[in-house]
Design a protein around this ligand. Structure first.
Ligand code: PMP
Length: 415
C-alpha cells in the first residue's frame, strides 16, 4: 500500500482524509491560521461550497457562517448580482495584456466613495496593499521610519509578519512601535523617529488576536493625524479588515480623521481576489514613481465583482444592516451567557464581533463553546474577530443563538 493509501484507509471523514493527504504534500498540512491544529476541536479544514450566510464542509455539514471567509464575504457567499457581474466579465476575458475599462471605472468608484481619495490603484492581497502604502509613503517623504502598533497585523510579509522565522532584523530595521490608543506612546514613537518619520500605519480599530477589540478614541486618531502633519509624514489607514463594514467612506471618517493613504482588500470584491490602495494628491507623484506590479493585478473579473459589491454596499446600506444583525447576536449571546451564569466579554463593532470568556487564559472555554456550537450548526471563532454579512437575517442569528446555547451549556459542564 502507498503512503497516501495507508493514511487514507484510517481516515474517518472526508476532511480527515484530505488532511492526511495534505500532510504528505503540503508543509504542515496547511499554512498559517487555517491549519486545523489551530482551530477548535472538530472544526473542518476543508470546505466544499457556500451560499448566503451558510458554508458547507467536505463532509456535507452546513454551518451558519460567522467568519465570512475571514472577512472577504460581505454580501453573502455567491451573491447573485456579484456573480453575474463576474461571469459577464469572465465571458470577455480576465487576465489580458493590460487592464480593461473596468479598472478606470473602479478607480472612479473608490474616489467617489472615500473622501480622502484622489486616486486608486489595485493589487491582489491585503499585504500587497499595506506594503505598497509603506513604499509610497517612503518614496513621497524620502524617509525611512514607519510607526506601527505593537501586535497589529498588517500581512505576512517579512517587514510585518507576526512570525520571525525566516525574517532578518534588517527587514524590520525601520519600524518603531507604539501602543494602539495610547497617545503618549504614539508621540514618543514619533519623537524617536524624528525627522526620519515616513508614516504612521494604523488599523481602523485594534483587532489583535485573542484580546478584547478596541475602537480608536477620537483623541488617538486625531493625534495620529497631527503627528503626521507636524512631521510631514503619511497617515496610512489599514482598512484591509475593516473596509466597507464600518463606514463606506472610511473607518475614521466619523472621527473626523482622514488618512493620506489607505489599504483595502478582503470585502471589496465579495470574495474575489482584489486589493486597493487609495491616496490623496500629496502622494500621487510618489505613487507614480514607485515600481509596484503583479502578474494578476489587472484581473478584470475581480474588478467587475468589486464594482458590483461597492454599488450594492452603497445602495443597500450594508454597514447599517450588519450592525443591526451584529447587535442582535451580541444581545442574544449576552442574555444566554447570563442565563447560564457564565461571565463573557463582548467587544468591537457589532459588525465584527468578538466574544471572550472571563478567566480563560488557555481558551479552554472558548474552544469548548465553539466546538459545541459547531456541532449544532454555527461557525464561530474563539479568538479572532468574527464577521457579519448582508446575507445574515434575524432568523439566521436566532438559529445561531440556539447553537450558542448548546455551547454555553458545554462551558458550564467544563467546571
Ligand atoms: N491588514 C489587516 C488589518 C489584515 O487583517 C490582513 C489580513 N488578515 C492583512 C493586512 C493582510 O491581508 P492578506 O492576508 O490579504 O495579505
Amino acid at each position: 500500500m502507498s503512503r497516501a493509501a495507508a493514511v487514507l484507509s484510517e481516515a474517518q471523514t472526508a476532511d480527515a482524509a484530505l488532511r492526511a493527504r495534505a500532510a504528505l504534500v503540503v508543509p504542515g498540512g496547511m499554512w498559517g491560521h487555517l491549519n486545523a491544529a489551530r482551530l477548535p476541536e472538530g472544526y473542518p479544514q476543508f470546505f466544499a461550497s457556500a451560499e448566503g450566510c451558510r458554508v458547507r464542509d467536505v463532509d456535507g455539514r452546513e454551518y451558519i457562517d460567522f467568519m465570512c471567509s475571514w472577512g472577504p464575504v460581505l454580501l453573502g457567499h455567491r451573491h447573485p448580482e456579484v456573480e453575474a457581474a463576474a461571469q459577464a466579465q469572465a465571458a470577455l476575458g480576465d487576465c489580458l495584456n493590460g487592464p480593461g475599462e473596468v479598472m478606470v471605472d473602479l478607480a472612479e468608484d473608490f474616489v467617489a466613495m472615500a473622501p480622502h481619495a484622489d486616486w486608486a490603484m489595485f493589487q491582489k492581497n491585503g499585504g500587497d496593499a499595506t506594503t505598497a502604502c509603506v513604499t509610497i509613503a517612503r518614496a513621497g517623504t524620502g524617509r525611512r521610519k514607519v510607526l506601527v502598533a505593537r501586535g497589529a497585523y498588517h500581512g505576512a510579509l517579512p517587514w510585518c509578519s507576526p512570525s520571525v522565522a525566516g525574517v532578518t532584523s534588517e527587514d524590520r530595521a525601520h519600524l518603531v512601535h507604539f501602543e494602539y490608543n495610547d497617545v503618549a506612546s504614539l508621540r514618543a514613537a514619533a519623537a524617536e523617529a524624528g525627522n526620519d518619520l515616513a508614516a504612521i500605519l494604523v488599523t481602523g480599530f485594534r483587532h489583535d488576536m485573542g484580546r478584547d477589540l478596541e475602537l480608536p478614541t477620537a483623541e488617538f486618531a486625531k493625534s495620529a493625524r497631527a503627528a503626521c502633519d507636524a512631521a510631514g509624514a503619511a497617515l496610512i489607514l489599514d482598512e484591509v479588515r475593516t473596509g466597507l463594514r464600518l463606514d463606506l467612506r472610511g473607518s475614521w471618517e466619523a472621527l473626523g480623521v482622514r488618512p493620506d493613504l489607505a489599504a483595502w482588500s478582503k470585502a471589496i470584491a465579495n470574495g474575489y481576489a482584489l486589493a486597493a490602495v487609495t491616496g490623496n494628491d500629496r502622494f500621487r507623484d510618489a505613487a507614480t514613481k514607485v515600481f509596484v506590479t503583479g502578474s494578476f493585478w489587472c484581473g478584470a473579473v475581480a474588478m467587475a465583482a468589486a464594482r458590483a459589491t461597492l454599488r450594492i454596499a452603497r445602495e443597500t446600506d450594508v454597514p447599517g444592516h450588519i450592525h443591526a444583525m451584529g447587535l442582535r447576536l451580541r444581545e442574544g449571546l449576552a442574555s444566554l451567557a447570563s442565563q447560564h451564569g457564565i461571565a463573557i466579554r463582548q467587544s468591537g463593532p457589532p459588525q465584527m464581533p468578538l466574544m471572550l470568556f472571563d478567566a480563560d487564559p488557555e481558551v479552554r472555554k472558548g474552544r469548548a463553546f465553539c466546538s459545541t456550537a459547531l456541532r449544532h450548526g454555527a461557525f464561530f471563532h474563539p479568538q479572532h474577530n468574527m464577521f457579519l454579512s448582508a446575507a445574515h437575517q434575524a432568523a439566521d442569528i436566532d438559529q445561531a443563538l440556539e447553537a450558542a446555547a448548546h455551547g454555553f451549556r458545554a462551558v458550564r459542564e467544563l467546571r
